[in-house]
Ligand binder design. Structure first.
Ligand code: ATP
Ligand code: MG
Length: 603
């Protein structure tokens, strides 16, 4: 088999998409000791990916050799493989890239007067010449996959490929806060990261001050592993994706297993389906891990993975327990959004004086007490279904279509003005047959769902609350999402416009949504999730109802609280005007009636 074809096959493993090229080249730059790395991308990497560094550079011989398979300067003996301290060690990356793209390398070592230029053109044709060049290395990769059309066709839209590039760039930038990084796309700056004093400043520059304000730091050392970095406050966790990172010995890796350990630590502190952020840096003896088990090195084998799992769980849990009681964080939030330090449910127990534990007891749960006293009776489907008797059944069939409509309507009318709000979460209303209970949040979901659906079907516009404009840095990868969906968003009652390459500005939100800056930021985070979920491939009707459902869930969570009897009455009016008042669009029960007989049984 000709070497060229062997290389193309191997390249499939290492270079899956433009983002892999960015990863390999930036890692090489860091291995070369660069303090400044510039990444230039055109057309999401299809046309050009160029990485320029100020590292050690290569001499003329190495400049040609580096494209040979297994030409690595980083491993000399088998023993070195046991304790890898560089990103690269296989000598595969450049050979693989050169097999599927046109590559131009320019490089010079500090002691050399002239540099070397190596061009690898169509099907491996190589040209070498002397050139003038700054110290360091610049590698330009053009027309990626020009000779593997199937793979080129496989690439996703520019937005998706750029998102992958940004992800890889983010991983590398997070491994080395001390190095300055720049990423430009089609001539626009996406990131300009100066060398940072510490990790927190790097995170802030990368992901925005809003993210750093939500983090607490963690630093724990056991005989096996040191765990440092940051974890997100439970009360600030959102349904947004991303911002979960593991590193070991300075290398990014993925681990569903360790992810589970961290998520277990958050159990019962965050609502289901919500993923908190974390930036966790593990340091272990290099002998105890195997980096070479996947072609992209993002899977890593740990010798003592179950012990590390336990350690992660315990130390994250302990950190959260310690910090959720208002301890101030060692975090410079200068210019950051003010985050509430304690959420309501946590603050209620603050006075309880639960001593934080510093032991590594995996069963330790600082919130046990909180959970038990936070108990709210659940009149969910099981209890309501059995106990509600005949009166409850009427609601089980959708009020508009129910045979008992007349009777229920009468009960409703009787109830007018007598509703009370219980625990901020339920409305209780006396009706002829007992007490009707309404789950407020679910009622809001139903109301907003129908409202949204009507808005999406362009039947009736949603009223807006105009704001003092709020700028939100969402990241360059996400600004286009807001542009693409601006029609949808404006029908929903949002007025959101691009502000700069990585920032949007919110001018109005739908009526009822919180209008303060914090709420607006939260809403944007939720929108990001809804919009980046895509749904562009599903049928328009399905997309409408799915979108309406998501918006309703968000809206209900963000709706200002229902407190007074008058507000409760208005809510009930809106609810009973819906096509169905008994179930949410996802089938959760909204209303039930506790019959008088059941009340009697209690005495
Ligand atoms: N930016 C750079 N500056 C200086 N030398 C470089 C640079 N990029 C590559 N090299 C040299 O070229 C060699 C080959 O690079 P390549 O990425 O193919 O392999 P590697 O980094 O050793 O291993 P891996 O395949 O695991 O990345 C490196 O070992 C290094 O000596
Ligand atoms: Mg490499």
């Amino acid at each position: 088999m000709p070497a060229q074809i062997a290389n193309m096959i191997a390249a499939g493993e290492v270079v899956g998409r433009p983002a892999s090229v960015v990863k390999e080249l930036t890692e090489n730059a860091l291995d070369a000791g660069a303090t400044k790395v510039t990444v230039v991308v055109t057309d999401a990497g299809r046309t050009l990916i160029q990485v320029i560094d100020n590292g050690c550079g290569m001499d003329a011989e190495d400049a040609q050799l580096c494209f040979e398979r297994h030409a690595t300067s980083k491993i000399a003996e088998a023993e070195d493989l046991e304790q890898i301290m560089t990103f690269g060690f296989r000598g595969e990356a450049l050979a693989s890239i050169a097999a599927v793209a046109e590559v131009t390398l320019k490089t010079r070592r500090a002691e050399a007067e002239t540099g070397t230029q190596v061009t690898i053109g169509n099907f491996g044709a190589t040209e070498v010449s002397e050139c003038s060049a700054p110290v360091g290395t610049s590698i330009a990769v053009r027309n990626l996959f020009y000779n593997t059309p199937a793979r080129r066709k496989f690439l996703k839209s520019d937005n998706v490929e750029l998102k992958h590039i940004i992800e890889e760039f983010t991983h590398v930038a997070l491994t080395r806060p001390d190095v300055a990084f720049t990423l430009t796309h089609n001539g626009r700056d996406v990131f300009v990261l100066k060398a940072a004093k510490s990790l927190k400043y790097r995170i802030q520059d990368l992901l925005g001050a809003g993210v750093t304000g939500e983090l607490v730091d963690i630093d724990v050392q056991t005989s096996l592993v040191r765990v440092s970095g940051f974890v997100g406050r439970p009360e600030s966790a959102r349904k947004t994706l991303g911002n979960q990172f593991f590193f070991v010995n300075g290398r990014y890796f993925r681990s569903p297993y360790f992810h589970k350990a961290v998520m277990n630590a958050y159990a019962e502190m965050v609502p289901e389906g919500v993923t908190p952020s974390y930036f966790l840096y593990l340091t272990v003896d290099p002998h105890s891990i195997d980096v070479n088990i996947s072609p992209t090195k993002t899977e890593i084998k740990f010798e003592e993975d179950s012990v590390i799992f336990q350690t992660l769980f315990a130390c994250v849990r302990e950190t959260l327990g310690r910090n959720s009681f208002g301890a101030s964080i060692d975090f410079d939030t200068e210019g950051a959004v003010e985050m509430p330090q304690i959420s309501r449910s946590f603050s209620e127990y603050k006075s309880g004086g639960i001593a934080p534990s510093h032991d590594f007891d995996p069963d330790y749960n600082p919130f046990d007490q909180a959970q038990s006293s936070d108990y709210v009776p659940d009149f969910g489907p099981s209890t309501a279904g059995e106990g509600a008797g005949s009166a409850g059944q009427g609601y089980g069939h959708g009020i508009a279509r129910s045979e008992n409509y007349g009777a229920l309507f009468e009960e409703r009318t009787l109830a007018l003005g007598k509703s009370i709000v219980v625990g901020g979460r339920f409305i209780a209303t006396p009706v002829a047959s007992g007490v009707m209970l309404v789950h407020i949040r679910r009622a809001l979901v139903r109301i907003l769902y129908e409202k949204t659906l009507r808005a999406l079907q362009a039947e009736s516009p949603v009223s807006q609350t105009a704001l003092f404009p709020v700028e939100v840095q969402v990241g360059a990868a996400y600004v286009p999402l807001f542009e693409e969906n601006s029609d949808l968003l404006s029908r929903m009652g949002f007025d959101i416009a691009p502000f700069s390459a990585d920032t949007i500005v919110v001018n109005a939100v739908p009526e009822g949504y919180g209008a303060d800056e914090m709420s607006v930021r939260g809403t944007v985070a939720d929108l990001l999730q809804v919009l980046s979920d895509g749904g562009h491939n599903v049928l328009p009707e399905m997309m409408q109802s799915a979108t309406a459902r998501k918006f309703a869930e968000i809206g209900a969570a963000r709706y200002s609280e229902i407190k007074t009897p008058a507000e409760a009455t208005r809510l009930l009016d809106d609810l009973f005007a819906c096509s169905s008042a008994d179930l949410t669009p996802s089938g959760k029960r909204i209303t039930c009636i506790v019959p008088i007989e059941d009340l009697e049984k209690r005495f």
